[in-house]
Every structure is written in structure tokens, then in C-alpha cells.
Design a protein around this ligand. Structure first.
Ligand code: ATP
Length: 236
């Protein structure tokens, strides 16, 4: 895996009278924190990239190809949500295996890949547990293991650690940072925590009222030179 470039060009989408239009350019292998007020469109932006929503117009370019009208499975993208990433009736190994084969037809190399992903995320020995038999942090480790075996160049994280306590959240962010160091995938991460963004992201995209109102290096966004609206939003 390595990172892909992502460009959203005039990507229009509405929910009722909430009209959104996104423009965004992300360098390959960078980590972008997607921040902004509740209801500003952060999850919608990620859903458009993943293909869970289809824009009315505009282009979503991934490594130069427009994917805006492709089905989610045909996009070079993985996404992790705050919860419900796993199938409750499938054990850990099968939940991860879905990243390899949606029909769970797994050959020996697939099984070796799954075992190695589970070892990497600290889940060795828990292969046959059901999601209900895991902690919240372990369930997100399963989701990260599936990302590893899926091996897509763009990873979308929609507040995946928001319901975990502070220490565990930090530990999970460190795991993401390490996996990024090993694989180099391009990451867009929605977060409400400035500390998480400053620790992990090289850029911050600030979303306001259905638009990317600012995109700048974290070093700028968390300095006196940040746009005033962003500083006000984070309370700086
Ligand atoms: N399925 C839906 N049907 C109708 N409106 C929706 C739907 N999902 C979101 N919206 C509306 O679209 C706008 C953007 O929502 P979105 O979830 O993208 O915001 P967000 O920035 O991720 O918010 P939060 O930080 O609260 O998760 C909001 O006004 C929301 O009410």
C-alpha cells in the first residue's frame, strides 16, 4: 500500500435545504484532520469520497481517475466509523477476512495475511471471539486489521475513537500513526479534538456550512496565523 492523491472538484450534494459544495486537494500519503462545527458536513464529505453518497455534480479524483460515480467497493478507499464496523454474527477472523474476500472465500495466503494483521494490531489469540466479546478499543482494532488486509491507498476515519477514554484514544491514534508509517496510506480523519489533530495530522481541513473554508498545514492552523473562524471554533 502507498498513498493516493485525492482531489474533490466542485463536488455538490444536498440534504433537503442543506446545500454543500466541496473543493479539496490532498497530497499522497498525507494525514488531514477534518474539523468543524456539528452539522457542517464532515461525515458527508467522507461519505462522498467513500461512495456512500453520490454527488449531484463535480469530480472526485483519486490518483487522476474520477471515481464519483463508482460503487463503494470499486473505490480504492477504506472507511472506519465510530461504531458498527463489524458484523455481530461473524468472529474476528471472518470480520477481517471480509476485507480480503466479501464472500469469505479465503485461501492460505489470505489466512496468513489476516493472522499477520491481527498480530500487528495486538489481537492474536482473539481470532474466534465475536464482536460482543470484545472491548470498544478491540473492536476498532479489528476494523483496523480489516483495513490492513484490504490494502487500499486511502483511509477515511469518521471519529473512530470518539467513544473511547482519553488514554485508549491516544493509544489508538499512535497505532494509526505507526500503520501510516509502515503503509503510507493517505488519511482523512474527522475529529473534534484539536490535540488529536495536532498530534497526527500534517494538514487541517476546516469545514463550515458545507464547504472547505480553510486547508492549511497543522503548524499554521494551530498558530496565531490560523483563520480567525478556526481559532474561534477550537477556542484558541
Ligand atoms: N441522512 C441524512 N438525511 C438528511 N439530512 C442529513 C443526513 N445526514 C446528514 N444530514 C444533514 O446534513 C448536514 C451535514 O451533516 P454531517 O453529518 O455531514 O455533519 P458533520 O459535520 O459530520 O456533523 P457532526 O460533527 O455532528 O457529526 C447536517 O445539517 C445534517 O443535519
Amino acid at each position: 500500500m502507498s498513498g493516493a492523491a485525492l482531489r474533490m472538484e466542485d463536488v455538490a450534494f444536498s440534504y433537503g435545504d442543506m446545500a454543500m459544495s466541496f473543493d479539496l486537494a490532498v497530497e499522497p500519503s498525507s494525514i488531514v484532520a477534518v474539523m468543524g462545527p456539528s452539522g457542517s458536513g464532515k461525515s458527508t464529505l467522507l461519505n462522498l469520497v467513500a461512495g456512500f453518497e453520490t454527488p449531484a455534480s463535480g469530480r472526485i479524483m483519486i490518483d487522476g481517475a474520477d471515481v464519483a460515480r463508482r460503487a463503494p467497493a470499486e473505490r480504492p478507499v477504506s472507511m472506519i466509523f465510530q461504531e458498527n464496523n463489524l458484523f455481530a454474527h461473524l468472529d474476528v477472523e471472518k470480520n477481517v477476512g471480509l476485507g480480503r474476500s466479501p464472500a469469505l472465500r479465503l485461501d492460505a495466503p489470505d489466512r496468513a495475511e489476516i493472522a499477520s494483521a491481527l498480530a500487528r494490531t495486538g489481537l492474536a489469540g482473539k481470532e474466534h471471539r465475536l464482536p460482543a466479546e470484545l472491548s470498544g478499543g478491540e473492536r476498532q482494532r479489528v476494523a483496523l486489521s480489516r483495513v490492513l488486509v484490504r490494502d487500499r491507498p486511502i483511509l477515511l476515519l469518521d471519529e473512530p475513537f470518539a467513544s473511547l477514554g482519553p488514554a485508549l484514544r491516544r493509544e489508538m491514534l499512535e497505532l494509526v500513526r505507526d500503520l501510516h508509517g509502515e503503509r503510507g496510506m493517505t488519511i482523512l480523519m474527522v475529529t473534534h479534538h484539536p490535540d488529536d489533530a495536532a498530534a497526527l495530522a500534517d494538514h487541517v481541513a476546516f469545514i463550515e456550512q458545507g464547504r472547505v473554508s480553510a486547508l492549511a498545514p497543522s503548524s499554521v492552523m494551530f498558530s496565531r496565523d490560523a483563520p480567525a473562524a478556526f481559532s474561534a471554533y477550537i477556542g484558541a
